[in-house]
Design a protein around this ligand. Sequence first.
Ligand SMILES: Nc1ncnc2c1ncn2[C@@H]1O[C@H](COP(=O)(O)OP(=O)(O)O)[C@@H](O)[C@H]1O
Ligand SMILES: [Mg+2]
Length: 322
Amino acid sequence: MNNNSNIDVLVIGELNVDLILNEIESFPEMGKEKLADKMDLVLGSSSAIFSSNLSALGAKVAFIGKIGDDLFGNLVLKSLAKKKVLIDYIKIDSSLKTGATIVLNFGEDRAMVTHPGAMEHLSFADIDTTEIRNSKHLHVSSVFLQPGVKKDIIEIFRTAKDNGLTTSLDPQWDPAEKWDIELEKLLPFVDVFIPNETEIKKLTNENNINNAVESLRQYANTIVIKRGNKGSVVWNKGEISDIPAFTNNNVVDAIGAGDSFDAGFIFQFVKGKDLVECQRFANLMGALNTTAPGGTAAFTDYNSIMELAREKFGYEEKVSEP
Ligand SMILES: Nc1ncnc2c1ncn2[C@@H]1O[C@H](COP(=O)(O)OP(=O)(O)O)[C@@H](O)[C@H]1O
Ligand SMILES: [Mg+2]
């Protein structure tokens, strides 16, 4: 089985850069040129935010994704490596382009255009099973952005379970809004399923979370539902834990809150902590995420994250922390 694994969490996910334009004089118009006063080119993607923040907490994280052999690809690799995420398993395909999202910010609102590029081409065939065997836990995110991964998603999770890993899945949004994954076949291999409230309703075609959970209870192990400033609900074999969010009266933005929540949950889960502790820490990471711009700015290393948690939310660690 899986005793010699040196990676805590293996992430299979999408990779792209975000080109963010701020302070744009007015909305784009066909045939005209507008100026944006501010611009940032940064690592994008939910899976990368999850990995960076989990690594910042101190877990050993390895990433499997696909990029092109180009400038954006280099930025992705450098940014992940800077966060100490293991990048050796990232596949580079020179015939493809690294994905990019152009974000046009207008006050609280934004317009985005994404070229998925290489992320659409990662498939199970690219993944060496030793990469899976070297890990204790598999996390997959953004399945609908990765048709190659989606096609083999059941096989990927089955392989992880066959090799003794624990597993988690954050489905994220389906841009096609088809929500077509076979949950009844997939969820038996997923230890922790972590959608947000809208996503679980869409996936099950139900209009409230109780019915959504009810429709999955035969196949699912643990279901964790993210509910923004309402906190989260964890369902585990009929037991429900509803924990309200930490109160943040100065939300900067909620970009990446769900990914930071996932990182907090899985950080404790791989340490074998009970589900309530995982959930409480997940809520904390989600809330901390909203105290700084974007998905990673609030997280540098474990001690400063805990310091920020005390300062912002009066959070105290349990003395039993290893
Ligand atoms: N405004 C907020 N105040 C406090 N906590 C928040 C806030 N927004 C999100 N969180 C925390 O982050 C978690 C994930 O955020 P959510 O927006 O629900 O995820 P997603 O980004 O996947 O939609 C929530 O369950 C909650 O614990
Ligand atoms: Mg999300």
